[in-house]
Design a protein around this ligand. Sequence first.
Ligand SMILES: [Zn+2]
Length: 275
Amino acid sequence: MPRLANILVEGISVGGLETFIDCPEWKLGFDIGRCPDVAVNRPTILFTHAHMDHMGGVAWHAATRHLRRVGAPTYVVPRENEVAFRELFEVWRRLDKSELAHRLVPLGPGDEFELPCKLLARPFRAYHRVPCQGYGIWSRRRKLRPEHLGKSDEQIRALREREGEDAFETLEIPELAFTGDTLIEVVERTEVVRKARVLVMEVTFLDELVSVQQCREKGHIHLDEVLERADLFENEALLFTHFSTRYSPERVLEILERRLPPSLRERVTALLPQH
Ligand SMILES: [Zn+2]
């Protein structure tokens, strides 16, 4: 998998089967699918929603991390899922007679969570058949305020010591957004989806095989809807995921090549099963 806007994004995502989006450099996963082996190495998982193909492998993940002695994981889940998620683990503890240690962090739109890699995760509302949220990931950089550009280190230190003024400001850069499963409205309603350097977005159906209407009823994005909004995407790179099993990998590439306007084609990568 090539880097996208200099960020390594990998994983597996097939509509209805399994979704795990992997950011190895950040030691971070989005959703866990059936917990492919590589996911065991990720200590932090941000869950978008509780459909089986996104969350099914979670108990196995906790158990296997314990077995391999690589530390208890952190699970960020939508607030709507908190109670049932706790119950799920209670039941598994009774069945498995083990601790299944993990840290649970319920989070919702408006909240933020600092990841161990120091990036900030902020959930945003997504629109699916069950409660769902996407995540924006921000980095922060300390930067000299424009009025102090050109000053020496000594002058800047003097400013702080004498006048208590911090010559630096903190800039937030939206590095990546992951939509989870959602209707297309998330694009209009959520700035970070349009502006993140890398956008990871589900596009489940790609042509007339399934109509836009049928696609919307399932709570997913159709390529027709993406094309209508082609001008909204300011991202450096887009990773399309979650294609229906009705399309072979070859067919996905053929359709994208044929249907995407050049402005998108040069920025879009398809996340396809590895052969
Ligand atoms: Zn779903």
